[in-house]
Design a protein around this ligand. Structure first.
Ligand SMILES: C[S@@+](CC[C@H](N)C(=O)[O-])C[C@H]1O[C@@H](n2cnc3c(N)ncnc32)[C@H](O)[C@@H]1O
Length: 310
C-alpha cells in the first residue's frame, strides 16, 4: 500500500517573515527565503523597503481616516496597522488574508488585546463579493472614508483578478477613501526578477511582477500619486483617492524627485505615467456613499452605476 505524504506547502506570508528576519516558519519557508536571498540578494531589501513604506503610509493615512481594510495582511508584526493608526486617532482595522495560519495568528494576537478595535477575516480577496459580505467588513462605516491597503500582495494575484478587485473597490468605496498599494516591478536590468519568479513558482507560489504602466491603470479615473523606487529597488507605490474637489496631497514622507501624479487620460492612453510634474485632472465624481452591497461586477451591480453608459 502506498501512503501519500502531504507536506505543507510554502506560504508567501511565512517566506515574507523569513525574509524580514523572523525565526518563525517551516524549514521549507526558510529554505525558499534562503534561495531567494542567494540568487537575488536585493530581494529581501525589496521586501523590507515595502514593509517600511507600508508602516509610514498607515501613519500618513490615519491623519485622514480611521478605518483600515488591510488586504493580504500577512502575519502579525510588532507594529501592526491597528496600533500605528490608534496611536494617531481612534480607528478600526480589518485584517484580511486567505492563509489559515495567518488568520489563526491574528485571532490569537487580537484575543490578547481585548480593547483593540480590530478584527481578522479569512478570505481570498480574489472573491471580492465574499469579502464585501463579511460581517467585519460590513461593520465598517461605509458612509465614511476607508483606507484600503494592498501592500506587497497585488503581485501574488493575476491580472484579471487585480483588475476586477480594483474596479469593484473603486466603485464601492465611500467618497474620500484611498487605496494604497506597493508592487514589485518587472524589467529592471540591474535587478533581474526572473530567478525570483522561478523560485516562488517552484515553491508553488505564483508571482506576477508588472510594469509601472500596468499597475497605474488600476486607478481607473481616480487621481493618484506614484512613487517609483526611491531606493533603486524594483518596486513602486501607488496612492489613489476617490475623485473629488478637495486637495489630494502627496505623502510628505515621499521624496519629491521620485514621485509623480497621473491623470486618467494619460494612463488610459498607455502613455508613461512617470513624468514628474504631470498634473492631476480630478476625474468626474463617480462615487457616492454606497454600502458594499452595490459592488460593480457583482450580481448586485446596476448598469450605469459606475458612470458608464448602461
Ligand atoms: C508578502 S505577504 C505581505 C504581507 C503584508 N501586507 C505586508 O505588507 O507585510 C503577502 C500576503 O498576501 C496574502 N495573500 C496572497 N494572495 C492572497 C489572496 N488572493 N487573498 C488573500 N490574501 C492573499 C498571503 O497569504 C500573504 O499573507
Amino acid at each position: 500500500m502506498t501512503v501519500a505524504l502531504r507536506l505543507p506547502g510554502a506560504s508567501p506570508a511565512r517566506i515574507h517573515q523569513a525574509l524580514l528576519g523572523a525565526g518563525e516558519g517551516s524549514p521549507l519557508d526558510h529554505d525558499v527565503a534562503r534561495r531567494l536571498a542567494q540568487s537575488a540578494p536585493w530581494w529581501p531589501r525589496t521586501v523590507q523597503a515595502q514593509r517600511r513604506h507600508a508602516q509610514r503610509m498607515v501613519r500618513h493615512l490615519a491623519i485622514q481616516s480611521g478605518q483600515f481594510l488591510d488586504l493580504g495582511c500577512g502575519l502579525p508584526t510588532a507594529q501592526p496597522v491597528h496600533r500605528i493608526a490608534s496611536a494617531i486617532r481612534p480607528s478600526r482595522t480589518v485584517y484580511v488574508d486567505r492563509d489559515a495560519d495567518v488568520h489563526t495568528a491574528w485571532r490569537i494576537a487580537l484575543a490578547g488585546e481585548p480593547n483593540a478595535a480590530a478584527s481578522a477575516v479569512r478570505c481570498d480577496i480574489a472573491d471580492i463579493d465574499a469579502l464585501l459580505d463579511e460581517p467585519a467588513v460590513q461593520a465598517l462605516d461605509w458612509t465614511r472614508p476607508i483606507s484600503v491597503l494592498l501592500d506587497d500582495v497585488a503581485h501574488f494575484l493575476d491580472d484579471e483578478t487585480m483588475t476586477r478587485l480594483l474596479a469593484v473597490l473603486r466603485e464601492c468605496l465611500p467618497r474620500g477613501s484611498t487605496i494604497s498599494l506597493t508592487h514589485v516591478l518587472a524589467a529592471s536590468r540591474s535587478h533581474p526578477i526572473h530567478p525570483v519568479v522561478q523560485l516562488y513558482r517552484r515553491a508553488g507560489v505564483g508571482l506576477w511582477p508588472r510594469h509601472l504602466r500596468q499597475v497605474t491603470t488600476w486607478r481607473g479615473s481616480w487621481p493618484a500619486h506614484i512613487l517609483q523606487s526611491h531606493d533603486v529597488l524594483p518596486w513602486c507605490a501607488v496612492l489613489m483617492r476617490t475623485p473629488g474637489p478637495s486637495r489630494f496631497l502627496r505623502p510628505a514622507f515621499w521624496p519629491r524627485a521620485a514621485t509623480s501624479r497621473a491623470s486618467g487620460r494619460e494612463v488610459a492612453a498607455g502613455a508613461p505615467a512617470m513624468r514628474p510634474g504631470v498634473t492631476v485632472t480630478a476625474g468626474r465624481t463617480l462615487l457616492g456613499t454606497r454600502p458594499p452591497a452595490a459592488a460593480v461586477g457583482s450580481s448586485r451591480h446596476r448598469p450605469g452605476d459606475d458612470g458608464r453608459p448602461a
